[in-house]
Design a binder for this molecule. Structure first.
Ligand SMILES: NC(=O)C1=CN([C@@H]2O[C@H](COP(=O)(O)OP(=O)(O)OC[C@H]3O[C@@H](n4cnc5c(N)ncnc54)[C@H](OP(=O)(O)O)[C@@H]3O)[C@@H](O)[C@H]2O)C=CC1
Ligand SMILES: CC(=O)[C@@H](O)[C@H](O)COP(=O)(O)O
Ligand SMILES: [Mn+2]
Length: 400
C-alpha cells in the first residue's frame, strides 16, 4: 500500500469531531505530503464542507442521508464529490488510501473500519468501540488482509510506544491512567444528581461530549481496559487502571525485572495521532513540552469501586468474552443517550448496562463468540432494544 515517491493518501472518518479536527490540524500543516481521499462527518455539514474544500478532498460523506442536499450545496463548484448514508461511508472506506483515521464515535465506526481493513491499509484506531464490540474479529480481519491497526487512544498509544523493541513475554502488567473526569471532586452521594453539563466538562482533555461523560462515569476507562486486552492480547488480570488526576502519564508497562516504563506527555491528542501518522518514525509534533520541575509531583490513587461501578462491569465482560463486549458497549451507548435526554440519572447508567448484560445472559449465549460482522451488528441491535426496555421500565417504575 505504501507508495514511497507519491503523496500519502489519507482518509479521515469522523473528520468533524475532536479527533478528526486534531488529525486535520496535523495534515494541514504539511499538505504537500498528503492527498486527502475521503472526509466523513454526520451533522456538521459546514465544517465537513469547509475542510473538504481546504484539503481538496476527493469526496465528503455525511452519515445523514437527509443532509445530502445541504452538503452538495456547500461543496458546489469545489470539485469535491458529495455523498451520504451508511452505504456511502462503506464506499468511502473502499477508496484506496494508505492511512485511514477511524474516529467516528460509537459502534457506528465499526463497519467502515472493518471494511477499510480489507484493503490492507493502515487503520489509525481512535474508535475504541470497535475493539470493545468486536475486538477478536477486527484483529483477525487485519491479519487476514495484511492490514495494520495502530492505536490512537492516548493510553494505548502510550503502551504501544513503551513496548517498542520489547518481548511481550517479559510484560507483567499494563497500567492505564484515568483522570477521574469532570465529577471527580464531587462527593459520591451527589453523583446521582449530576447533569450532562456537569459531567460534560473534562478537567484535562478537550474531547467530544460522549467520551467526556464516559470519562466522568469511568465507562471510558472500563472500555479502555477491554481495549487493552483486545489490542495487546494480554489477560485481563495483567491490566490495571489507576486514577492520575493530572493526565500527564498516560500508561505504564511493568516488566518481569520490576521496571515500569511510563509514557508522559501533555494532554494533547495530536501526540498520539501524530505518532500513528508517522509510525514507525518519530517526527516533530506541535505539542507543548512538559516542565517537570514546575509539575513537581505526580498524583495517583486507586479508583473507588462504588463510585465507578463501570470498572467492575468491564472485568466481568472480559471474563465472559464472546458477545458480552458488544452488549456492554451497545447498552452503554443507549444508557448515555438516556442520561443526555434526562430520562435517567448519572448513576443509573451502570445499572442499565448491568441489567442488559444480565437479561442477555439468561440463555448462556453471551459467552459465544460472534461469527462475523453481521452477527455483531445483530447482537448490537438486540442489546440496544433491551437497554431501551430497561430505561422504559425505570421511567414507569421510578425509585421510591
Ligand atoms: N476526543 C478524544 O480526544 C478521544 C477520542 N477517542 C475516541 O475517538 C472517537 C471519536 O471521539 P471524538 O472525536 O471525541 O467524538 P466527537 O463527538 O467529537 O466526533 C464524532 C465524529 O463522528 C461523527 N459521527 C457521529 N455519529 C455518527 C454516525 N452515526 N455515523 C457516522 N459518523 C458519526 C461526527 O460527525 P458530526 O460531528 O458531523 O455530527 C464526528 O465527526 C470515539 O470513539 C472516542 O471514544 C479516543 C481517545 C481520545
Ligand atoms: C485522551 C484520551 O485518550 C481519553 O480517552 C482520555 O483517556 C479521557 O480521559 P479519562 O482519563 O478521564 O478517561
Ligand atoms: Mn483514552
Amino acid at each position: 500500500m505504501t507508495r514511497p515517491s507519491a503523496k500519502r493518501r489519507v482518509s479521515i472518518f469522523g473528520a468533524t469531531g475532536s479527533i478528526g479536527q486534531n488529525t486535520i490540524d496535523l495534515i494541514a500543516r504539511d499538505l504537500e505530503a498528503y492527498e486527502v481521499v475521503a472526509l466523513t462527518g454526520a451533522r456538521n455539514i459546514a465544517q465537513l464542507a469547509a475542510d473538504a474544500r481546504r484539503l481538496s478532498a476527493r469526496i465528503a460523506v455525511t452519515a445523514e442521508e437527509g443532509l445530502l442536499p445541504e452538503l452538495r450545496a456547500a461543496l458546489e463548484g469545489s470539485g469535491v464529490q458529495a455523498a451520504a448514508g451508511e452505504a456511502a461511508l462503506l464506499e468511502a472506506a473502499d477508496m484506496p488510501a494508505d492511512w485511514i483515521m477511524s474516529a467516528i464515535v460509537g459502534a457506528a465506526g465499526l463497519a467502515p473500519g472493518f471494511r477499510a481493513l480489507r484493503h490492507g491499509t493502515t487503520l489509525a484506531l481512535a474508535n475504541k468501540e470497535s475493539l470493545v464490540t468486536a475486538g477478536p474479529l477486527l484483529m483477525a480481519e487485519a491479519r487476514k488482509y495484511g492490514a495494520t491497526i495502530l492505536p490512537v487512544d492516548s493510553e494505548h498509544s502510550a503502551v504501544f510506544q513503551a513496548l517498542v523493541g520489547e518481548d511481550m513475554a517479559t510484560v507483567e502488567r499494563i497500567i492505564i491512567t484515568a483522570s477521574g473526569g469532570g465529577l471527580r471532586d464531587w462527593p459520591e452521594s451527589a453523583l446521582a444528581t449530576a447533569t450532562p453539563a456537569d459531567a460534560g466538562a473534562h478537567p484535562n482533555w478537550d474531547m467530544g461530549q460522549r467520551i467526556t461523560i464516559d470519562s466522568a462515569s469511568m465507562f471510558n476507562k472500563a472500555m479502555e481496559l477491554i481495549e487493552t486486552k483486545e489490542f495487546f492480547g494480554v489477560p485481563a488480570a495483567m491490566i490495571e487502571a489507576v486514577v492520575h488526576p493530572q493526565s500527564l502519564i498516560h500508561a505504564l508497562v511493568g516488566f518481569n525485572d520490576g521496571a515500569l516504563m511510563a509514557h508522559l506527555g501533555p494532554p494533547d491528542m495530536r501526540h498520539a495521532i501524530g505518532y500513528a501518522l508517522h509510525h514507525p518514525d518519530r517526527t516533530h509534533l506541535p505539542v507543548a513540552r512538559l516542565d517537570l520541575a514546575q509539575i513537581a509531583t505526580l498524583e495517583f490513587h486507586a479508583p473507588s469501586p462504588t463510585r465507578y461501578p463501570a470498572l467492575q462491569i468491564a472485568r466481568e465482560v472480559m471474563e465472559t468474552g464472546g458477545k458480552s463486549g458488544c452488549v456492554f458497549n451497545a447498552a452503554k451507548e443507549i444508557a448515555l443517550d438516556g442520561f443526555l435526554a434526562g430520562q435517567i440519572g448519572f448513576m443509573d447508567m451502570s445499572g442499565i448496562v448491568s441489567a442488559t448484560l444480565d437479561a442477555m445472559s439468561s440463555d448462556n449465549s453471551l459467552s459465544i463468540a460472534p461469527v462475523g460482522l453481521e452477527d455483531v451488528l445483530q447482537t448490537d441491535q438486540i442489546a440496544r432494544d433491551m437497554a431501551l426496555d430497561q430505561i422504559r421500565s425505570r421511567i414507569e417504575q421510578p425509585k421510591a
